[in-house]
Design a protein around this ligand. Structure first.
Ligand code: NAD
Ligand code: MG
Ligand code: MG
Ligand code: MG
Ligand code: MG
Length: 330
């Protein structure tokens, strides 16, 4: 439900990937005038056109917009801002990010006349769209970095509301807090932590002589049940649904795997994020053409759990394993 007291800026969405597409569709359905800015001939131009948007080069798309959402990959935002946005945005317009990295670490220093805000959905783009379509929403956190017009907060709330985020929850944050917690979450727990935990558990079982198929079901497949229970009702609900034996094992063995040493290493990860080391390394890696990134990625793709998982998932014909683009368009 969009609140009528909030402003209705005209919006240019620059980038039409995971977040860009979801934001553009949700905001249009919430009654905003949305234009999409993309490199002509870029990989997502056809998709934005097929979804019925007016698509222009970023420099053109942002000229008339009251609000410009920067939804390209983080590592190209600095260049997009310098080349297409800074020279062309209207005086007093609003610049919006879905992740604070470039502003917080000073890679983008926005023009003084622009309002600069953050609206970060706490979920992937496909979910931001799907939840909106069924009348729900993904919680969003929002922040104001600079507010020369005095309208920045209302614009952030209007945008978050248009995404459907207000249906779940909106929380005020800062660029610093969003950037550092988002990086920490994806590194230590969500992407890095969870995948490393699963791979290590699989390796231990297979190296001990157990069948890889059984190891896969045990440490990866069944994780969905656990995560769904976390999502619905926290660790309390997980404990309600697993056996007494599983609970006792959780209590005595969980802390042996994730111990004080693990927490100390998590703090090291957090310190590297806070002092800018992670971002400096990531920028250098991107500028070098992603040599280590590509090597790490290939190692994950080649891991034995991926080989056995592919065979086992093929038997569950109902699983959605359509390509990312198709899944996001569904
Ligand atoms: P993405 O990689 O899915 O999509 C990027 C889009 O930008 C594509 O349309 C691509 O064609 C376009 N693009 C690339 N280079 C461009 C250029 N030079 N000029 C114009 N367009 C260009 O990106 P994403 O994952 O949606 O991330 C966008 C932003 O959202 C990032 O700041 C990210 O941190 C943030 N974010 C992402 C998620 C997520 O779930 N993916 C969640 C929260 C926040
Ligand atoms: Mg995140
Ligand atoms: Mg992130
Ligand atoms: Mg990993
Ligand atoms: Mg079991």
């Amino acid at each position: 439900m969009t609140q009528s007291s909030l402003p209705k800026p005209s919006i240019a969405i620059v980038g039409y990937g995971s977040q860009g597409r979801a934001h553009a569709l949700n905001l249009r359905d919430s009654g905003f005038d949305v234009t999409v800015g993309l490199r002509p001939g870029g990989p997502t131009e056809a998709k934005a056109k097929a979804d019925g948007f007016s698509v222009k080069a970023p420099a053109e798309a942002v000229r008339e917009a009251d609000l410009v959402a920067v939804l390209t990959p983080d590592m190209v935002q600095r260049q997009v801002y310098a080349e297409a946005l800074a020279p062309n945005m209207k005086p007093g317009a609003c610049l919006l990010f879905a992740h604070g990295l470039n502003v917080h670490f000073g890679m983008i220093e926005p023009r003084d006349d622009l309002d600069v805000i953050l609206v970060a959905p706490k979920g992937p783009g496909a979910l931001v769209r799907r939840e909106y379509e069924i009348g729900r929403g993904v919680p969003c956190i929002w922040a104001v970095h600079q507010d020369p017009t005095g309208k920045a907060k209302q614009l952030a709330l209007a945008y978050a509301d248009g995404l459907g985020g207000a249906r779940a929850n909106l929380i005020e944050t800062t660029f610093k807090e969003e950037t550092e917690t988002d990086l920490f979450g994806e590194q230590a727990v969500l992407c890095g932590g969870a995948s490393s935990l699963v791979q290590a558990g699989f390796e231990v079982l297979v190296e001990a002589g157990y069948q890889p198929e059984i190891a896969y079901y045990e440490v990866l497949h069944e994780l969905k049940l656990i995560v769904d229970l976390f999502y619905e009702g926290g660790i309390t609900r997980m404990l309600e649904f697993v056996s007494e034996t599983a609970q006792y094992g959780d209590y005595v063995s969980g802390p042996r795997v994730i111990d004080a040493g693990t927490k100390e290493r998590m703090r090291e990860v957090l310190r590297d994020i806070q002092d800018g080391t992670f971002t400096k390394n990531w920028v250098a890696e991107h500028e070098a053409g992603l040599p280590n990134y590509n090597r790490y990625k290939q190692a994950d793709l080649d891991h034995p759990i991926e080989v056995v998982g592919k065979q086992l998932r093929a038997k569950m014909v109902w699983l959605d394993n359509s390509p990312k683009e198709q899944k996001e368009a569904a």
